[in-house]
Design a protein around this ligand. Structure first.
Ligand code: ME8
Length: 516
């Protein structure tokens, strides 16, 4: 830590009604890359993920499986925890909404909203979608096959009539609009901010925040015939993990710099309801809600009924973890929808990782191994080409940092790849193999410039492809304690004479098995 500040990044907490799929892996990876980047950049980071275990959807799934909701939650929560590990995620905590600490936080928040006069008892009559765990107004519904009424997401809806507590959301319209106005980056990308603002400008209805027709949830304090609406329960996880209702400690430390990463389908909950709950409780809204797009599979919408759900574990088995991490964050500008295809996956893995990056590292390090006795050569970079190469390498961090601060992962990666391509062009032009006989001192300089460029590249690729980057840094004998961005740049260059381990390939090519 170099005193850069604190940073809190969260994934949505995932419903335990089903197994993890590529959408879950995507959000979690995006958070992991950001968390790793910020840690390397000297920030005190907290990265949270976990599972959303209450509500009617989980209760119904458990019923269908013939198990108790708690048993289903235990089993599937473990799958999500394992997924985070398999993805190489560096989360600092894993929250489950069935934990005691969460019940305490939810009930404290509820009490606070009651004390502020923002919760009142009434009765809800209207549409509810269990799949979305969302209430819908009549005019939001769309017509499905045979004229059936459906939620705008295509989910079935049912008519619900029951006693309910309401949150006075309607009273927060102006404060919310003011928040969006004053904080242009609080909802990103901008298209989502516009969408949210126009929804809020359209007028807000008070929100039903308790249910009485089933039991699987957190009881309303003082009235346990009601359980809390699952979204009020779920959203509160972000502050439970910071120790709420204690607002000193981790809450004071991390909450001011929070980014919630979410899918585009759950923006309204995070950018309208959640900030309103927080404002009502006299807490600051999050710094940013970033909504990413959705993946399709080979051009088709992913759906269980179509049977084309992508299992992240089998992708990792087929292509490798770093390769999948790289692909998901490289393929699509973060915020846009994207299409997964095996062809695109193999293309990026072979051309960008194996050919561009892998060959650069392999040929540079093996020349040092063969021609310099495996030690970093003496050097005196002085040609314009040397200066341009090192200048480009050293300039990357500032640009990448700027992209990462806007969650433009693809742009950050492109900045790095511009330098990888320039380094390959530099090798071709300098032809160090030909200098061995004619000008060994010049060869040494060229190989050192390449090694130093690769050091900078590998420092910056750590958040995206941690295992491969770490192997590259090992091959350059960069000490574990010198891999943070404080060591990036001309002040901590590789030193001559250092012995390097024998180089080894880092990026395998994917060769399609010939079909029989
Ligand atoms: O929404 N591509 O949980 P969830 C990309 N429990 N992302 C996708 C996707 C796809 N094809 N399909 C789904 C919930 N997602 C709540 C959150 S937070 C307080 C509570 C994303 O398990 C989706 O956008 O349904 C969402 O962000 C996450 O996966 C799934 O969440």
């Amino acid at each position: 830590m170099n005193g850069a500040g604190t940073f809190y990044v969260t994934t949505p907490i995932y419903y335990v009604n089903d197994k993890p799929h590529i959408g879950h892996a995507y959000t979690t990876l995006a958070c992991d890359v950001l968390a790793r980047f910020k840690r390397l950049d000297g920030f005190d980071v907290k990265f949270l993920t976990g599972t959303d275990e209450h509500g009617q959807k989980v209760e119904k799934s458990a019923e269908a499986f013939g198990v108790s909701p708690q048993a289903l939650a235990d089993q599937n929560s473990a799958n999500f925890r394992e997924l985070a590990q398999i993805l190489g995620c560096t989360n600092d905590d894993f929250i489950r909404t069935t934990e005691a600490r969460h019940k305490v936080a939810c009930q404290a928040l509820w009490d606070k909203l009651v004390a502020k006069g923002d919760i009142y008892l009434g009765a809800y009559e209207g549409w509810y979608s269990v799949r979305d765990e969302a209430f819908y107004a009549e005019d939001e519904l769309v017509k499905g096959e045979g004229g059936a009424k459906l939620a705008p997401t295509g989910a079935p809806v049912e008519w619900v009539k029951e006693p309910s507590y309401f949150f006075r959301l309607s009273a927060f319209q102006d404060r919310l609009l003011q928040w969006y106005e004053d904080n242009p980056d609080c909802v990103a990308p901008n298209s989502r901010r516009n969408e949210v603002m126009s929804f809020v400008k359209g007028g807000l209805q008070d929100l039903s925040v308790s249910r009485t027709s089933f039991k699987w949830g957190i009881p309303v304090p003082g009235d346990d015939s009601h359980i809390m609406y699952v979204w009020l329960d779920a959203l509160t996880n972000y502050i439970t993990a910071l120790g709420y209702p204690d607002t000193a400690g981790d809450f004071a430390r991390y909450w001011p710099n929070t980014i919630h990463m979410v899918g585009k389908d759950i923006v309204r909950f995070h950018a309208v309801y959640w900030p309103a709950f927080l404002m009502a409780a006299d807490l600051a809204p999050p710094k940013r809600v970033f909504a990413h797009g959705w993946w399709t599979n080979e051009g088709q919408k992913i759906s269980k009924s179509v049977g084309n759900v992508i299992d992240p574990l089998s992708l990792i088995e087929t292509y490798g973890l770093d390769q999948v991490r790289y692909f998901l964050l490289r393929e699509v500008p973060f915020g846009n929808d994207g299409d997964f295809s095996h062809r695109a996956m193999i293309g990026r893995m072979n051309s960008e990782l194996a050919n561009d990056y892998g060959n650069l590292v392999q040929r540079s390090l093996s020349m040092i191994g063969k021609n310099c006795g495996g030690a970093l050569p003496a050097h005196s970079p002085d040609s314009d080409d040397d200066k341009a190469m090192l200048g480009a390498a050293y300039a990357m961090l500032a640009k990448v940092r700027e992209s990462m601060d806007r969650q433009l992962y693809h742009e950050a990666i492109e900045t790095v790849w511009v330098v990888i391509r320039a380094a390959n062009a530099y090798v071709d032009k300098q032809a160090p193999w030909a200098l061995k006989k004619t000008d060994p001192a010049r060869m040494g300089t060229v190989l050192w410039v390449l090694a130093e460029t690769i050091r900078c590249l590998a420092l910056l690729t750590q958040p995206f492809i941690p295992a491969a980057s770490s192997r590259i840094l090992d091959q350059l004998a960069v000490a574990e304690g010198e891999r943070g961005f404080a060591f990036f740049g001309p002040d901590h260059p590789l030193k001559e004479g250092i012995a390097l381990p024998a180089p080894q390939g880092v990026f395998p090519r994917h060769v399609e098995e010939a079909s029989a």
